[in-house]
Design a protein around this ligand. Structure first.
Ligand code: MD6
Ligand code: FE
Length: 217
């Protein structure tokens, strides 16, 4: 590891940034465990490869997805839902790795949500141009639990709106290692991701990976 002062641009962002009531951005929070996360991700993807699912309206998503944990989020012509099995293989989703679970629980606690115990982790892969349109996460049974979102790889612009779709979203840049935790009054906020700008990340290449941990049931 080189530590030439002139090699790196100092990171002057605050560690903790409040986005809204119940929503906090923890800058660089996942960086200390980036290696463990990436190794575990490779194992998951070997069992349950990324795939581009279809919305109920028949559109193919630009973001490719897979899951780990007891439940996985899926979408197809019949709707959005959680399922214990991967529809591609009929097998249970890969187990949630300990490093994932620990990070999610610890980040939630740091943000003030003490008893978060996720049973689902949706894994999103964005290649250049991929985007996620404004949506609410409302396929979970209990909106009392927060969502923990971990970003790795290329940076993205996260669109963070309000409780009505019409509210103009604010833009937050999410970089490698950033963690967003939201719940409480922000749990049903409309949000999305702007089209990914091409680039090259030193660990992950031309892609952004996002994990969202939820309590689905
Ligand atoms: C993404 N994230 O960052 C998409 N949803 O790739 C989400 O849709 C999301 O980051 C709920 C809570 C946090 C999120
Ligand atoms: Fe979402």
């Amino acid at each position: 590891m080189t530590s030439d002062l002139f090699d790196s641009v100092p990171d002057t962002r605050p560690v903790r940034e409040d986005m809204a009531e119940g929503a906090v951005l923890l800058h660089g929070h996942a960086k200390p465990v980036e290696g463990e996360l990436i190794v575990a991700l490779r194992e998951i993807v070997a069992q349950a490869p990324f795939r581009r699912m279809h919305t109920p309206g028949g559109h193919q998503m630009s973001v490719a997805m897979t899951n780990c944990g007891q439940l996985g989020w899926i979408t197809d012509r019949s709707g959005y839902r959680y399922d214990g099995n991967d529809p591609e293989t009929g097998q249970p989703w890969p187990a949630m790795p300990a490093a994932f679970l620990q990070l999610a629980i610890e980040a939630a606690a740091t943000a003030g949500f003490k008893d978060f115990m996720p049973d689902a982790c949706l894994i999103n892969r964005y290649e250049p141009g991929a985007r996620m349109s404004l949506h609410q996460d409302r396929d979970e049974q209990d909106f009392g639990a927060p969502i923990v979102s971990v970003s790795l790889g290329l940076p993205a612009i996260f669109l963070f709106g309000g409780l009505e779709r019409s509210e103009k979203p604010r833009r937050f840049r999410l970089e490698h290692g950033d963690v967003v935790v939201w719940g409480g009054p922000s749990r049903l906020v409309f949000h999305g991701v702007a089209p990914l700008v091409d680039g090259e990340h030193s660990l992950l290449g031309r892609q952004r990976i996002n994990f969202t941990f939820r309590r689905a049931r």
